[in-house]
Design a protein around this ligand. Structure first.
Ligand SMILES: [Zn+2]
Length: 218
């Protein structure tokens, strides 16, 4: 059995992929179609395959977003894929936030029948896994939340207040999710600070510098 701090490599790689996905800006402005389709195609290997999750809803409208597509914004599948991934990412981020704030997360609400079905299945390597089946977004949400929550105690939020991204620290002393956030935090701590309130007061009282020559009082 792996200890708490030693995830099996495959699971660790999958978790790192998932955290990268949760931090990714999926908007059209930030993510070109080719990169978006890569994220979509990687979901199977990182979330479904190792947990034997299967899509079993032939009428699932999201299946249209999974068709082969050209890495071109004009291909309608690209827009569908962007919408699908954005929805899944949003639900996961909201779920994590809810768990942090209220200690509870119901990924599939409380309506009976909205969650996935599952069974115990033996994988080819002999490991028994909980295998979900249902709609694509359902099995993705289920497998992703399992992966996150199995490693919950090791996850951290980036200490840079403008980021707060979820990440897996490589070392215990790591408090920023990347070097950019660490540099930004240092910059915001040491850069000269302007006190806008004080500057405003001084402007009103005309006691501050940079107001030009004061008019002579008559
Ligand atoms: Zn950060």
């Amino acid at each position: 059995m792996p200890t708490k701090s030693e995830l099996p490599l495959a699971d660790k790689a999958r978790l790192i992929w998932l955290l990268d996905f949760l931090r990714a800006d999926l908007s059209q402005k930030a993510m070109p179609p080719g990169a978006l389709l890569d994220w979509r195609n990687q979901v199977f290997a990182n979330l479904h395959e190792s947990s034997l999750a299967t899509v079993t809803a032939p009428d699932d409208p999201d299946l249209a977003a999974l068709k082969p597509a050209y890495a071109d914004e004009r291909d309608p599948t690209v827009a569908l894929a962007r919408d699908l991934l954005t929805r899944v990412q949003f639900e996961l981020l909201e779920g994590v936030k809810s768990l942090e704030q209220s200690g509870s997360w119901q990924p599939f609400g409380i309506t009976p029948g909205s969650g996935p079905l599952w069974s115990w299945e033996r994988r080819s390597d002999g490991q028994i896994v909980k295998a979900y089946c249902g709609k694509w977004s359902t099995i993705t949400l289920a497998t992703a939340s399992d992966l996150l929550l199995a490693n919950w105690s090791q996850l951290r939020r980036c200490a840079y207040s403008k980021c707060r991204a979820l990440f897996l620290p490589k070392e215990n002393r790591e408090i920023y999710h990347d070097r950019k956030c660490s540099a930004n935090k240092r910059w915001s701590d040491f850069s000269p600070k302007r006190d806008h309130q004080r500057e405003k007061e001084r402007r009103i009282l005309k006691t501050g510098p940079g107001r030009g020559r004061r008019r002579k009082q008559r």
